[in-house]
Design a protein around this ligand. Structure first.
Ligand code: ADP
Ligand SMILES: Cc1cn([C@H]2C[C@H](O)[C@@H](COP(=O)(O)O)O2)c(=O)[nH]c1=O
Length: 219
């Protein structure tokens, strides 16, 4: 039975790498995939991983119709054995519905990859719809880690090195960026709640201990 599978996790946990591996293993056996992405850091029409691998893809931008695209491709004599959709958090809910229809009506496996929640810990609309519709939701085996060593479960956005909790939901960016640009850092929930990034924790550790206040003012 074909399936809609959602591989989800934080930023930097290996989702795009897995997408490229699935593509590699299947194409090595003569299968042909249709690869889609949206707003990849490497640019339009690219699916890239931090391991340096990149492949061409179809940009599934605003209003793009997956079902119509695949029906058009197949009707024109094209082949499609499976579908990969990376950065799926950015998809519109209707586009996720189209992916489910691709599984059910065109009988193709669809592998979607995306981050679950945004920098404010809220579900992205595309991820929400995938959780609602997917046959399976898979959490990646490689753990991204918070600076404290705990499993990273949340994504923080930083501007000028400071964690922020206000701003547009979508700002394309990366982890390990210089302080001057918008960046991201993966954290455990405890440190996300306390807004304690690696830099903030370092600064706190370096600052001199605050002495207890002397109640009668004699010290
Ligand atoms: N220099 C490196 N050596 C080994 N592994 C690396 C290196 N750089 C990145 N990685 C691995 O790649 C992962 C990020 O992969 P990527 O597919 O780009 O993540 P995602 O799509 O989830 O954001 C990291 O978690 C790490 O495991
Ligand atoms: C948390 C968060 C992330 N983004 C952007 C930043 C990146 O361009 C992608 C995630 O890509 P990755 O391959 O999973 O690292 O999403 C965003 O726009 N808004 C957010 O809140």
């Amino acid at each position: 039975m074909p399936e809609l599978v959602f591989f989800s996790g934080t930023m930097d946990c290996g989702k795009s790498t897995l997408a490229l591996q699935i593509e590699h293993n299947r194409s090595a056996r003569g299968l042909q995939g249709r690869i889609f992405t949206r707003n990849d850091r490497a640019g339009e029409g690219k699916l890239s991983s931090r391991l340096g691998l990149v492949t061409d893809s179809v940009e599934a931008g605003e209003g793009f119709d997956f079902y119509a695209h695949l029906v058009g491709h197949l009707s024109a004599g094209g082949r499609a054995d499976y579908v990969i959709a990376d950065e799926a958090q950015f998809l519109e809910p209707e586009q996720v519905d189209q992916l489910a229809r691709v599984v059910d009506d065109l009988e193709l496996d669809v592998f979607a990859f995306g981050i679950t929640t945004d920098f404010r810990t809220r579900l992205f609309p595309g991820s929400r719809r995938l959780i609602e519709l997917a046959d399976r939701v898979e959490v990646l085996q490689v753990e991204a880690l918070c600076w404290c060593g705990a499993r990273a479960t949340h994504n923080a956005r930083t501007i000028g090195g400071q964690m922020v909790v206000e701003g547009a939901q979508v700002v394309v960016g990366d982890v390990n960026q210089p302080e001057t640009v918008v960046g991201y850092e993966v954290l455990c929930r405890r440190h996300h709640r306390r807004r304690l990034t690696a830099a903030a924790a370092r600064a706190a550790a370096l600052s001199p201990d605050v002495l207890p206040v002397d109640p009668d003012g004699s010290r």
